[in-house]
Design a protein around this ligand. Structure first.
Ligand code: PEP
Length: 250
């Protein structure tokens, strides 16, 4: 039985000096959470976040990285640096990275491979835009994104990867698909994993939903059998609201 996995994506929010107080407020509220909790913070905040989450059930992740370990790549942050600071996860291919920073399926694949090589768990974001949805291309789009993200990743590493299904039109808009639709789409993703890598890996694989998840709708989504928790953007910025999402069944 898969555990629910709830990830906060703080995006470009919170100063390094603000992340400690935020975590101190979140900690007692989620200490009995049934699922796994991860906070993906800006790279500048990883060190403080790791310090403040030490000994708790909250893990820390980065929101992006380059795929090389070191070298002449001005401005980039490497998987080794993230790992050395104590983060355990990294978001890969978030739609904001794909749209605003011209990240491609090719670079997503390089980052997935690098994350695994350096012992980070990649959380790979896939999802259709409104036009693709209007043309009934959801399945085709997400299966292509998934296949390219996982290209040449050895079978024995596949179960370590987390997938976040995030329809672009639902991110930061307050609009969401119906829970039944998300359940079906995640089912397609799992079926693709099943046909490519077998039943065991498909059943182990964490596949989340992301897009305007909040304290009011989290229970609705997370109680669906295929939806293994969520990737939460805006609603993770207030610890009280994020805690309600994490404790969705209380
Ligand atoms: C996200 O950043 O991945 C996200 C889903 O954002 P929001 O929850 O604000 O829609």
């Amino acid at each position: 039985m898969r555990k629910k996995f709830i990830v906060g994506n703080m995006k470009m929010n919170k100063l390094p000096s603000e992340i400690g107080p935020y975590i101190e407020r979140l900690k007692p509220l989620v200490k009995d959470a049934e699922g796994d909790v991860v906070l993906c913070v800006p790279s500048t905040n990883i060190q403080n976040a790791v310090l403040h989450t030490k000994g708790t059930n909250i893990k820390v992740g980065a929101q992006n990285m380059y795929w090389k370990a070191q070298g002449a790549f001005t401005g980039a942050v490497s998987p080794l640096m993230i790992k050395d600071l104590g983060a355990e996860y990294v978001l890969v291919g978030h739609s904001e990275r794909r749209q605003l920073f011209i990240e491609t399926d090719w670079s997503v694949n390089k980052k997935v491979a690098a994350a695994l090589e350096y012992g980070l768990t990649p959380i790979v974001c896939i999802g259709e835009n409104l036009e693709q949805r209007a043309h009934n291309r959801i399945e085709e789009v997400i299966i292509v994104q998934l296949s390219l993200a996982l290209r040449d990743i050895p079978k024995h590493d596949i179960h370590k990867i987390i997938i976040a299904y995030e329809p672009l039109w639902a991110i930061g808009t307050g609009q969401t698909p119906k829970k039944e639709e998300v359940n079906e789409i995640i089912g397609w993703v799992r079926e693709k994993i099943r046909t490519s890598y077998g039943e065991k890996i498909a059943e182990e694989m964490i596949i989340q939903y992301g897009g305007s998840v909040n304290a009011t709708n989290s229970k609705r989504f997370f109680n669906m059998p295929e939806i293994d928790g969520g990737l939460v953007g805006g609603a993770c910025l207030e610890p009280e609201e994020f805690a309600k999402i994490i404790n969705y069944n209380d």
